[in-house]
Write a protein that binds this ligand. Structure first.
Ligand code: SF4
Length: 278
């Protein structure tokens, strides 16, 4: 039995009859937007995608950045990166800072009344500008050649993450700047040897968020959870392409048809009566 994967979860399932707010993290909202079917299988039926192994090196970078910004938070001073990038801000001090950063204990939360969803998110950092506007900050770590950016299609998840945090803080009655920042650490591989050290270039990338979509996404996610039938799968998902291919070579297509490999190496499908499927 895997220590990492509970293939048939019985907890944290949406019950349409329950009066209690249903907890929904920002990553599950992102999952809904990527594929309503996987979201439904996970939150309604208890079958989630297998988890990825923990990214320990990324977590180490996050931990060290938090420590570094916390030194300036305690002193009320700007971090040198803020001066480098001309950002007029200091790390935000608040009694709930540790709670907001702890995704496992809920992070920052808001109960969205129309759906009774308890939306949650664990932030990396908050800075504050001179007028008291909060600036959402997210740390990212990678190792790639060239400059880091947030322009790739898959990085829409980063942008949505920032926008959900902005939405959460606004719903908690904070004034929030539309500009947030990604503190992006890029591990350098152009050194002569490892020598027990990995050095990083740190780039601060601004992003102007727009949280207008969040309300609609919550309504749609709630409708999806309330359905009695499993929604359709996303057409371009690698996991489902894998499942289809695996089921095909194993002889049972996901549709329930049986497959047969001909002597020419071609795979054909037959229906329950053994007739060739078109
Ligand atoms: S397409 Fe399939 S595997 Fe992919 S996210 Fe959706 S249900 Fe999950």
């Amino acid at each position: 039995m895997s220590q990492y994967y509970n293939a048939n979860r019985k907890s944290n399932l949406y019950d349409p009859k329950s009066k209690y707010p249903f907890r929904l993290s920002r990553s599950k909202i992102d999952l809904f937007l990527k594929c309503p079917r996987c979201f439904y299988l996970d939150r309604r039926l208890g079958v989630g995608q297998p988890p990825q192994m923990p990214f320990n090196l990324n977590s180490a970078v996050d931990t060290l950045l938090k420590k570094e910004f916390d030194i300036h938070r305690a002193k009320g001073s700007a971090h040198p990166l803020m001066a480098t990038y001309g950002i007029d801000a200091v790390p935000f001090r608040h009694t709930k800072m540790d709670e907001w950063r702890d995704a496992l204990r809920g992070g920052i939360t808001f109960i969205h009344k129309p759906t009774n969803l308890n939306v949650t998110g664990g932030i990396d950092d908050i800075w504050v500008g001179p007028a008291g506007d909060l600036i959402i900050v997210d740390y990212k770590a990678t190792s790639k050649d060239g400059q880091v950016n947030i322009d790739a299609d898959w990085q829409i998840s980063y942008k949505r993450q920032m926008e959900i945090y902005q939405w959460l803080f606004r719903r908690n009655d904070f004034k929030v700047s539309e500009t947030g920042y990604f503190v992006y650490c890029n591990g350098k591989t152009d050194r002569a040897a490892f020598d027990g050290k990995l050095e990083f270039d740190v780039t601060v990338i601004p992003y102007n968020g727009n949280d207008d979509w969040v309300e609609g996404a919550l309504i749609d996610a709630h409708k999806c959870l309330s359905k009695t039938a499993i929604p359709k799968a996303s057409p371009d998902c690698d996991y489902c392409a894998y499942r289809e291919a695996a089921a095909g070579v194993e002889g049972v297509a996901p549709s329930g048809q049986k497959t047969r490999t001909t002597s020419a190496g071609k795979t054909t499908k037959t229906n329950a009566q053994g007739k060739m499927a078109l």
